[in-house]
Design a protein. Structure first.
Lengths: 452, 452
């Protein structure tokens, strides 16, 4: 559709230096460099939205607003030659915009809100004590698909495809549900990391004010897949019943594992792969029985992976199995493959920096766009807008009216609309209520103390 | 709390009525305290807290910790008059508040240890005492109504059964961040940000409150200390308070009694078998370079004195090494005096005490120095090589390096001791001379049993 518009306008305009019949080339070769970035920062990066988000309602329009709030937030820039500058802070949106346009950072990270302006932290170092410290920070999560390399066989390392990406979908579903249903958080933003993972930003006031110990508690609650490449058994589910969180997550895990993953990864058709699974079963008689069955390379009509998984389940869960440890193996195997693998350190510490949404990933050129958790199965990383595509769209639209309308019609438009309507507006509404209530309470309190 | 001189007998009110229970230290008691008890009680309590710290770093499990705490209290916090036990408890706590309120690191440590102490003391109490204590906390949380209970009943049961325990009947609805340890272990049901805490799990809640109250109290105490007390008490309590946080609490080894003398012939052999790494390292550098700088001469020299090396032998020992580099005459002129000084035969004739681990760890060796604590001051490769020379390898070596990485230098030394001697060292290493005497004890008993 964009192309048609461009051709229409071409008839009305005379383009200097272009001969009749010569079609302008809008194509922009794929890539990531400071020239492209400068245009992105010039035309696309949503400064106003980011500033509104990071201000959490402190826009000066209410007497209860904290004018210093935005200025106490740490940003860090990674510049072109891998130069990393921390403790950047800005007074307002213009400051932020000018700095980004001027420095053209290859990556922007967001840190905590400190007790004082981070740029002035050294002035406070002399007074001793703990004067410069983080006071607010979103609860964040970082999930990287390369942490699943031991269980995905379609890709390795930095690659991602439509067979393994759904692991991220499972992670989003399980964690998002827990954050909302169990922990009661409402203002949650999921973002594509630009290459092979997802980030989560929990922005409720209560979440921002959690200390390190409380963050660790939440992380441990969600932590089920443990151990490293040396441990054989990474998931141990004890107890006669499951904690409701585990039970709920087990359904998501099971559905994905049985209906998609076991087949897409050929977990049982390859001997090395199924041996790894058999290792997790503590009962020799069962494993040798299964091994025997599977030596037989007979082809069946149905997917061999599904068939063999069925055989394994049948043996482990049959009425004859008295030991809970054996029955539990079924869930433990499914969890081992598909339960979310969190980077604990990212979430536990208030001062951990995380990449800002709407940055561009240097290795892929893709924009870190938000993901709607309600429709996370529909997100396809290969369709995320890229820097070069946006520039192409800009070229094509540049012949029309510039400004916001152009932005809305690019492939970034949808992400921005989602960000604003599903995340930013409800968040700001809630923040304003909090500010008003806190202010009213304070006024009430001081008027109480005045009365003798 | 009033501190009185030692002439007057203390006029402490008679102990309260009920069975011994845990004081909550809400406010400084109306007691008079003798000056020597001021310091003594604090030292005893400090031994308990340090014992807890040690046990935690060694990874003791909760059930083991209960016994550890029980023993520590029995050994250090008892009093000949049963009625004074509670007073000692309260007084020692408040004195240590003064000591540990003064800096952030000190506050963190004190808070952590006192909270742990509270937790295990609670667990050691009878259930009637526990219920009484709970009432004292006066928590602002409500129990859930019958209607709420019906709503979540099966989930509450699931949680109980997942822990192989039975459901309770009374539940408190509490914001989840008030019971972080229950959340972390998935031992509580949470919904929309609230934890449903059964009465039998209420300890977690109490601990959170205890910790938070103590934390606030420490900040207030610090203010009072800096603004008023420190100056007021500068001739009486302040020096005691300032010394307490850095004190080494064990025997000083300045008068070696146990093993009598060691002769020069034996030194090489006992250095190999019984010296801790710090002294072995200095000893070997001395043999290599025929010289040590001042810090090394002090650290090793005083250690040797503590080990039982007589002055004449010490002079002969150092002379034999140094004269290889600087000549006998220069040794007599420049170095002999220092050695005699260490033995109290010169100058103000102070008989210097050998350095404790604390002192050695906090020293700052410079270029060309070989003193200090090798676990802290040596680079990793050099430390590994030194440990290999002592015969520590493989698994044991990795365990030691793990402690080093976590900055638990004394524990690293303890593990080295255990690896070298093939025996456990439960109380940990706090002094190089303790390492030596423990080592001799083990080796002598082995020789004796071999002989019989």
């Amino acid at each position: 559709m964009a192309r048609e518009e461009a051709e229409d306008t071409r008839e009305d305009m005379v383009i200097d230096g272009v001969e009749e019949g010569h079609k302008p080339n809008y194509e922009v070769p794929d890539g990531f460099n400071s020239d492209y970035l400068m245009i992105y920062y010039g035309k696309f990066f949503p400064y106003a939205e980011m500033h509104k988000w990071m201000s959490y309602g402190n826009d000066g329009k209410h007497p209860g607003c904290d004018q210093s709030y935005f200025g106490r937030r740490e940003f860090s820039f990674t510049l072109e030659n891998d130069i990393y500058v921390r403790f950047q802070s800005f007074n307002d949106v213009a400051d932020l915009e000018n700095a980004i346009k001027k420095k053209c950072p290859f990556k922007i990270d967001i840190g905590p809100v400190y007790s004082v302006d981070p740029a002035k932290r050294n002035a406070y170092a002399q007074s001793g004590g703990n004067v410069f410290r983080p006071v607010e920070r979103e609860l964040v999560f970082d999930i990287d698909i390369s942490d699943y390399d031991d269980v995905r066989f379609c890709c390795k390392g930095a690659d991602v495809c439509s067979e393994c990406w759904p692991l991220m979908t499972v992670a989003i579903k399980i964690i998002d549900t827990a954050l909302r249903e169990d922990f009661g958080f409402n203002h949650i933003l999921w973002v594509y990391s630009g290459r092979r993972g997802v980030h989560c930003w929990v922005c409720d006031g209560k979440a921002r004010r959690l200390d390190d110990g409380q963050r660790a508690a939440i992380v441990n609650y969600l932590h089920v897949h443990k151990g490293n490449e040396h441990s054989i058994k990474k998931v141990t589910l004890v107890g006669q019943t499951f904690h409701p969180f585990i039970g709920r997550s087990a359904e998501v895990v099971k559905e994905f594992f049985e209906e998609k993953f076991v087949s897409s990864q050929n977990l049982f058709s390859d001997e090395d792969r199924y041996e790894k699974i058999l290792e997790m079963i503590p009962d020799e008689s069962i494993t040798s029985e299964l091994r025997g069955k599977w030596q037989d390379k007979k082809r069946s009509r149905d997917d061999i992976n599904v068939v063999r998984w069925g055989q394994l389940k049948h043996l482990l869960q049959s009425g004859k199995q008295k030991m809970l440890g054996v029955r539990r193996c079924v869930e433990e195997i499914m969890f081992t493959f598909t339960y979310p693998r969190l980077d604990l350190e990212v979430s536990k510490h208030m001062n951990h920096l995380l990449k800002a949404p709407f940055c561009i990933h240097p290795k892929t050129g893709r924009v870190c766009v938000p993901i709607d958790p309600k429709h996370c199965e529909d997100f396809d990383p290969s369709s995320a807008p890229t820097l070069s595509r946006l520039l192409e769209e800009l070229n094509m639209g540049a012949l029309g009216n510039g400004g916001e309308e152009v932005l809305e019609n690019t492939s970034l438009g949808k992400s921005l609309r989602y960000f604003r309507s599903s995340f930013l507006h409800p968040l700001l509404k809630s923040c304003k209520e909090d500010i008003e209530n806190a202010y009213a309470a304070k006024v009430q309190q001081s008027s109480n103390s005045l009365s003798w | 709390m009033e501190i009185v001189g030692s002439r007057r007998k203390s006029l402490l009110p008679p102990a309260g009525n009920a069975a011994p229970t845990i004081p909550l230290y809400r406010s400084a008691p109306e007691l008079e305290v003798r000056l020597e008890d001021f310091e003594l009680y604090a030292v005893h309590r400090l031994r308990v807290l340090k014992g807890i710290s040690d046990a935690l770093s060694r990874g003791k499990k909760p059930n083991e910790m209960e016994n550890v705490v029980k023993e520590l209290l029995k050994v250090h916090m008892s009093h000949p008059e049963a009625s004074q036990v509670m007073n000692k408890d309260i007084i020692s706590h408040f004195v240590l508040r003064l000591v540990y309120c003064r800096e952030e690191e000190l506050r963190k440590w004190f808070l952590s240890m006192e909270t742990t102490l509270f937790r295990y003391r609670f667990l050691l109490e009878t259930s009637e005492a526990q219920i009484a204590l709970m009432a004292e906390f006066d928590l602002p949380y409500k129990t859930i109504t019958n209607a709420e209970y019906e709503n979540v009943k099966d989930k509450l049961n699931k949680v109980a059964r997942s822990m192989n325990s039975s459901a309770d009947t009374i539940y408190y609805k509490v914001p989840f961040e008030k019971v972080p340890d229950l959340v972390a272990r998935r031992e509580v049901f949470i919904m929309k940000g609230y934890a449903y805490v059964p009465r039998n799990q209420v300890l977690s809640l109490l601990v959170t409150h205890y910790r938070s109250n103590l934390s606030k109290a420490l900040v207030l105490t610090n203010r009072k200390w800096t603004s008023m007390i420190r100056e007021q008490e500068k001739d009486r309590l302040t020096p005691i308070v300032e010394a307490l946080s850095t004190s080494y609490l064990g025997p000083d080894y300045s008068q070696p009694k146990d093993f009598g003398e060691i002769s020069l012939r034996d030194i090489d052999q006992i250095a190999r078998s019984s010296f801790p790494l710090c002294m072995r390292y200095l000893f070997e550098k001395l043999k290599e370079d025929h010289h040590l700088k001042h810090g090394g001469r002090m650290q090793l020299g005083l250690f040797l004195k503590g080990v039982g090396l007589k002055l004449d032998d010490a002079l002969a020992f150092w002379k034999s090494e140094f004269s290889k580099k600087v000549g006998a005459e220069r040794f007599d002129k420049e170095y002999a005096y220092g050695i005699r000084h260490n033995y109290g035969k010169e100058g103000k004739r102070t008989d210097y005490t050998p350095y404790s681990c604390q002192k050695i760890i906090s020293s700052t060796p410079g270029v060309g120095d070989h003193h200090g604590c090798p676990y802290r001051h040596l680079r990793e490769e050099n430390l590994r090589a030194a440990l290999n020379n002592m015969g520590v390898a493989n698994r044991a070596l990795e365990d030691v390096m793990d402690k080093v990485r976590n900055k638990h230098y004394q524990l690293a030394c303890t593990l080295t001791f255990e690896a070298v001697h093939g025996a456990s060292c439960d109380q940990g290493i706090n002094h190089p001379n303790q390492y030596y005497s423990d080592s001799k004890t083990i080796l002598e008993s082995r020789n004796n049993s071999k002989g019989t």
